[in-house]
Design a protein around this ligand. Structure first.
Ligand code: SF4
Ligand code: SF4
Length: 262
């Protein structure tokens, strides 16, 4: 997910074409093991939080409070949770242990992509991707390793579902950015609840009778309310459609049944 700072950072890196290749491998035997998991500026997307929150079976609000500092995008007003490094020597990631990443199966998209950075921009014909190589002095993964393309690396790291969810979020933010008006406090708070605290979104669905206000068939309602990873993903998709509908009065993925949603 791009921020102005991350776009600037990516632009400063060597670009690699989609069919270009790089040599890299990371495993617990590298001498630099875990060195990359500290002192990070790591923004989390709604999908990152969805995956991490499930690891801890923790309410979204508790997760955000315990592990992140929530800022906001200046140009859109959307919430921007930053993973908070631990205080103390080396400022490690809260999820790193002697044996490596404790949340490996659900680690954030940026950790999966590393050492690649992905810049995505929204155009008329959908998402355009660019890839960048992040080559840090301490990282010895480039010394050995298999030759791979960005597509091969992303497939190996199972990044596809992260990119799909993040691109959907980026599209919504791009729409808001294009208006030149960041979200006001009320919509920003709603975005935090709906997109980063799915347990609160489920409560909101019931409290606001959202299913009575929008066109959602039985299968979609059941999928949104299902308690499974697939259910969380459906709930996030629905939350993104809902936010788009609330902000713009229409959404490609969801139609309203009533004139006033709020
Ligand atoms: S090789 Fe690079 S990515 Fe792997 S542990 Fe070392 S610093 Fe981290
Ligand atoms: S989430 Fe895991 S992979 Fe990412 S920085 Fe933290 S420990 Fe490292």
């Amino acid at each position: 997910m791009d921020t102005d700072a991350s776009r600037e950072f990516l632009d400063s890196l060597p670009e690699i074409t989609a069919d270009g290749t790089f040599c890299f491998d990371c495993n617990p035997d590298v001498p630099c093991f875990n060195r990359c998991c500290a002192e990070l500026t790591l923004p989390l997307t709604p999908y990152d939080v969805l995956r991490l929150r499930r690891q801890f079976a923790m309410p979204g609000e508790d997760f955000l409070r315990r592990f992140t500092t929530v800022r906001s995008f200046p140009d859109t007003g959307f919430p921007l949770p930053m993973l908070r490094m631990l205080d103390g020597p080396g400022a490690p990631c809260p999820f790193v242990s002697h044996d490596g990443c404790m949340v490996y199966e659900d680690r954030p998209g940026a950790c999966r992509c590393y050492p690649l950075g992905r810049g995505a921009s929204m155009g008329k014909n959908g998402v355009t991707e660019r890839f960048f190589l992040v080559r840090e002095g301490h990282c010895m993964g480039f010394d050995k390793g298999r030759e791979r393309s960005p597509a091969r690396w992303f497939a190996d790291q199972q990044v596809a579902e992260y990119n799909a969810a993040n691109d959907r979020y980026m599209r919504l933010m791009a729409m808001v950015r294009a208006t030149g008006r960041p979200l006001g406090a009320r919509l920003a708070a709603m975005a935090e609840s709906c997109l980063f605290q799915l347990d609160k979104f489920w409560e909101l669905i019931a409290a606001m009778r959202i299913f009575k206000r929008v066109e959602a068939d039985g299968a979609r309602r059941a999928a949104v309310m299902a308690t499974s990873l697939a259910g969380d993903e459906e709930a996030l998709n629905f939350a993104l459609d809902w936010m788009e509908l609330v902000i713009f009065g229409k959404s490609e993925g969801l139609a309203k049944k009533v004139s006033s949603l709020l």
